[in-house]
Design a protein around this ligand. Sequence first.
Ligand SMILES: Cc1ncc(C[n+]2csc(CCOP(=O)(O)OP(=O)(O)O)c2C)c(N)n1
Length: 630
Amino acid sequence: MTLPPFPDDLAHTAADRAAWLRAAGGLKTAISDDRLSAPTTLPLVEALVLGLMRQGVTKYLAIFGHGSTALADVLKAYEAEGLVRCWQFRNEVEMAHAGTALSWVYGEVGAVVTSIGPGAFQAMAASLAAASNGVGLYHLYGDETTHGEGYNMQQVPKPAQGVFSQITSLMGSAYTLHSPGALRDGLRKGATCVFHPWRPGPFYMNLPLNTQPAPVTLRLDALPDRPVFPALAPADDGPFRTAADAVRTAAKVAIKLGGGSRTASDAVRRLAEAAGALVVSSPGASGVMPADHQQNMCVGGSKGSISGNWTMDEAELLIVIGSRAVCQADCSGIGWPKVRHVININADPIDVQHYNNTIALTGDAAIVAGRLAGMLSGADTEPRKAAWLEAGRAKRAEWDGFLSRQASSPPLFDPVWQKPVLTQPRVIRLAAGFCRRHGALKFFDAGDVQANGFQIVEDQVPFETFTETGASYMGFAVSALLAAGIADKGRYGIAFTGDGSFMMNPQVLIDGVEHGVHGTILLLDNRRMAAISHLQNAQYGRDFRTNDGVPVDYVTLAGAVSGVRALFGGEDEESLMAALEEARAWPGLSLVHVPVYFGDDPAVGLGAYGQWNVGNWVDDVQRQYARTLI
Ligand SMILES: Cc1ncc(C[n+]2csc(CCOP(=O)(O)OP(=O)(O)O)c2C)c(N)n1
């Protein structure tokens, strides 16, 4: 193809260059055809867009302001040529959650764009969800000028240099494009953060207002590409042999699954069977071990299960896979009172050493767990393992029976609703079954909804449930639905949310319609922030300021947004299932409002089981921690 040379001087516009790139078959093709090896001069912010494109980042989620108009103008030109796409949002928290979900659920790394100051702060607050769950994406923030000619409106008002750089660097990895020539360094550091092999996270690129349009001269084929990290494992069999010996001679082996085990489900199952181990999950590891596997003891931790927490109490040898020992999943460090030795499988060389008496198997969870399983298979099994597995089966049956009973409670009279309404466990169980039958994704928002959710869901494979337990950020689930409208192949999903969480981000009603989302918000309305009421009651015997007296008609509220199908889920199973069917049949965004019970009846929830270093429990927990070996 005969193409003119790349329009490489400042007399040409972003539109000229975008048109050229389209004609050349896109950036990657132009580079592989060796059309971009000469140094070229263009505005820094445009070079940034090209640098991100080189890494496969072409989706932008934006709320523009005076801190990002230069970027907006470049995106407009590039979008017109089909090289990037940009979606507008109404709240930066909601937008950042949608960006996190785009990467987490669909594996598409995008860029969240804000202005300087308040917009950036809001997006950064929400990026806690990405940081806590190990999800990579770019955050591009407008920032104060590098010349300091006076205070910039909306900057942090302090006579200091690079304050936002300091703030974002505390949350994760950050870079300020202080001078145009720094772009390659910034993008190289960005790539190793967002595509990090075991702990990706949000990367904050701070864009000073004055450097954004400044010219930069560079070779476009020298912009850092997406890095490829080879999977790692211990170099020799020594540590595997030590681990295998420990497993063979132990009677009561437990495997603890963290989020890092999600890509290793096959190896996890083989290891559990070869090791004669009972398996306990963190909330985010649902489905890694199939729900119906008889060695699956379900979730364990401060909000655990009968079987999961029994296993934690009794186990003597612990195999941890991909877990960073978060308080809720580990009972604040006292969850394994009888364990004397730990085999830890984790790619992170620091996390792998979390417990005392550790045999560290540092590396990729699937490879390492698979190799250990291979070493164990066919070995003579310690005869007491059979009794351990048998006892586990009995505990699991106990939990299954309890769950079924709790989740089939009849509607209970509720003093606020002044009528019998469904319980939250029952609604979640019914809706989770609905999702399973229809292959729908499940998203869980914070609160009782989330805890009941991870105690109830029964997934056979991972990545069917997204429960943001890292930060437990209210509003994440409803915002995450938006990613379906942005992803190349969005999937239908249901966001299980409480009235408290939904009202953190009701903008999703508008943005969900605008971005063509097919999804359902299932609003479980107990007219309060029940998780905190329950915690206060459990600790102090009374609740405080966790509800209000303002009834909200959510069906009318949602129905006021054109394009949203708003339905009442009713007070019985038949009405709920009919509403869910109708919602799913609606090709856009829908909301199903279900009043749920809050009160003293034990059917309100599923119990707690484990311990936690919070509130007035801290003395007790810390006394136990002082006696803990690992
Ligand atoms: C943004 C944010 N603010 C506060 C909290 C603390 N918090 C955790 S759960 C919860 C209440 C959730 O209420 P709701 O969404 O109505 O669900 P419910 O517990 O009633 O099922 C609160 C306030 C949080 N996790 N996230």
